[in-house]
Write a protein that binds this ligand. Structure first.
Ligand code: S3P
Length: 172
């Protein structure tokens, strides 16, 4: 049973979709950010402030390595997981990689009231979202499947992913 790996920008709905998807399929749910937070005993923003982004990226890559043998998991990933090629290769080897796509405006609306995302704690978050998305789009596009989430609710997104998985497994 292959994993389903959700990638995409901050605020693209990976956690909510992932939890619903896991429940529907009877898979285990894991979130790479949560694993790091539990391990370090601090929130992601604090890890960034106290130890820096590079340290966080090393922890993130370590978690991906640990998950490389997992099967039957829905894995929700931090938005920057794709910055490391090894992460992409390892996650794709174990599962179907799905990119939850969202426009900068949608992302901005979803994250504007939150403060736990260190990379968006800047003067002009919308501009920063556009800049980062632009730099990362090619990397997200390495996913096996992409779902445009702007106009879809969580239930519909889950349906689309389940359908795609059935297709890959030859059930349809
Ligand atoms: C990051 C995304 C965050 C978290 C960290 C860095 C990024 O995860 O891993 O703040 O580089 O895009 P979410 O995508 O779950 O917000």
């Amino acid at each position: 049973m292959k994993n389903i790996v959700l990638i995409g920008f901050m605020g693209s709905g990976k956690t909510e979709v992932g939890q619903r998807l896991a429940k529907r399929l009877g898979y285990a749910f894991v979130d790479t950010d949560k694993i790091i937070e539990e391990r370090i005993g601090k929130g992601i923003a604090d890890v960034f402030w106290e130890y820096g982004e590079n340290y966080f990226r090393r922890l993130e890559a370590g978690v991906v390595k640990e998950l490389s043998d997992a099967r039957g998991h829905v894995i929700s990933t931090g938005g920057g997981i794709v910055l490391n090629r090894e992460n992409i290769l390892s996650l794709k080897k174990g599962g179907l990689m799905v990119w939850l796509k969202a426009s900068p405006e949608t992302i901005y609306e979803r994250v504007r009231s939150e403060s736990h995302r260190p990379l968006l704690n800047v003067e002009d978050p919308l501009n920063e979202i556009k800049r980062l998305l632009d730099a990362r789009e090619k990397l997200y596009a390495e996913a096996n499947l992409s779902v445009d989430t702007d106009r879809l609710d969580v239930g519909k997104i889950v349906d689309i992913i389940v359908d795609a998985c059935d297709r890959v497994a030859g059930k349809k």
